[in-house]
Write a new protein. Structure first.
Length: 431
């Protein structure tokens, strides 16, 4: 038998193998709660090999990917077939309600997530199986495995929540909405969808307010989806239809009178430097030749509402780098925003009625196609800081809708919070 001497590099490599094995084992223990051969004094590498032999690898940890992908659809929310999909879903939910609905998930600690073993996981499995998010053959184990993780993520996507697989407070609230309330939501939204089932155009932009989501639709397929921030409960975004006729690059922001009264005056009382710090200038309405100073206005009255307040283009401008203009009686529009952190929230109801658009450059590049623009030209115009208004050669229809429940061809049923309480008395349970 020959004796092999390891080099320093080889020893480092072996040490690296043991460290990797130790990390892999730690991950498995944290996920499964298992404590393999290491407990009997074996090496991390041997323990990992032993675990591989004994584990049920049919329960793969890549189970999340297909389940999450299945929720995504290239069909628009308001396709010509959406009404029939909702009708089919109503039949399914009628059966669920007739059988007693689904169980309520009791509160508790810790939060349910991958690797947790808890009595509540059994109830969670039942809840997800009844709604079709988890396979009927998933069993009643108490461990939150990869299949439950995939089902939770699927549920979260269907309800407009961050699909992190963690059953936090928002996810539990959505899960505990009774089945009969969800059924009534579907019935209410069937009427809404039918009222909009006509021809919307070959190319159009759809804003679904409760979903805080925007779809760019072309030839019956979603070209791109964009997360949105829409109106607060006390300043709702309106339901409307119009046409986007102009793209405003590096725009001024003219503060609406309602915001002057509700926000600007109180802020100036607290902080007299607010306008100066935010590059907001004061003019007479329709006359930008003569500029006024904040000290010219009595902030203890509504005098400020008689003036025009205009924020200069640039970093920090409330409209961001671009605005999408369309005629409407509500004086709302779509725009970029410097507060991009808001797009990562579950509930994105923060504006005064206008709609903020995530990844707005992709949307306006699509709108400017017939003008011969490409993404590089859009990026360069924004980068230059130049004030530029571009009339669209092809004005694109835009719709603001209020849809809190819909379904797709794959039988996936989506629900959103009835943020403005328009689903009727039963909708109050969603809040």
């Amino acid at each position: 038998m020959s004796l092999r001497v390891h080099s320093a590099a080889g020893s480092a490599g072996l040490g690296g193998r043991f460290r990797m094995a130790g990390l892999a084992l730690a991950a498995l223990v944290s996920v499964t709660g298992a404590l393999p051969a290491l407990a009997q004094g074996g090496s991390p590498l041997q323990a990992l090999q032993d675990y591989k032999v004994r584990a049920e690898w049919a329960d793969r940890f890549d189970a999340t990917l297909p389940a999450v992908s299945a929720v995504k659809s290239s069909q628009p929310t308001l396709s010509p077939e959406t009404a029939s999909y909702i009708e089919q879903s109503i039949q399914r939910y009628q059966q669920i309600v007739s059988k007693g609905g689904w169980p309520l998930l009791p509160p508790g600690q810790p939060e349910l997530r991958l690797g947790v073993k808890d009595q509540r996981v059994k109830i969670l499995r039942q809840r997800l199986m009844i709604s079709g998010d988890l396979s009927q053959t998933a069993g009643a184990a108490l461990t939150f495995d990869s299949y439950v993780d995939a089902a939770v993520r699927r549920f979260q996507l269907r309800h407009g929540l961050n699909p992190d697989g963690v059953v936090d407070q928002n996810t539990q609230i959505a899960m505990n909405v009774p089945a009969d309330v969800r059924l009534r939501q579907l019935e209410t939204n069937l009427v809404r969808v039918r009222s909009m089932s006509g021809y919307l155009g070959d190319r159009y932009v759809m804003v679904n307010i409760p979903a805080a989501e925007i779809e760019a639709v072309e030839n019956g397929q979603v070209r791109s989806r964009h997360t949105a921030v829409v109106g607060k409960i006390d300043r709702p975004s309106p339901v409307l239809s119009s046409k986007i006729y102009e793209i405003n690059f590096n725009p001024y922001w003219t503060v609406p009178v309602s915001i002057i009264k509700k926000d600007l005056i109180p802020k100036m009382k607290e902080d007299p430097e607010y306008l100066t710090r935010n590059h907001i200038k004061i003019y007479r309405w329709g006359n930008t030749e003569e500029e006024f100073q904040p000290t010219d206005i009595d902030w203890n009255t509504d005098e400020a509402a008689q003036y025009m307040f205009r924020q200069e283009p640039g970093e920090g401008n409330s409209l961001g780098s671009v605005k999408l203009s369309f005629h409407n009686q509500y004086q709302v529009y779509m725009h970029d925003t410097p507060a991009k952190n808001l797009f990562g929230q579950d509930f994105r109801f923060h504006s005064s009625g206008c709609v903020r658009v995530q990844n707005v450059r992709e949307l306006i590049t699509w709108l400017l196609q017939d003008n011969g623009w490409n993404r590089a030209q859009v990026d360069e115009t924004i980068r230059s800081g130049e004030r530029l208004d571009v009339d669209l050669k092809t004005q694109t229809p835009v719709y603001f809708s209020y849809i809190t429940a819909w379904a797709t061809a794959d039988g996936v049923v989506h629900f959103r919070q009835d943020i403005y309480d328009r689903d009727g008395a039963e909708g109050l349970a969603l809040r």
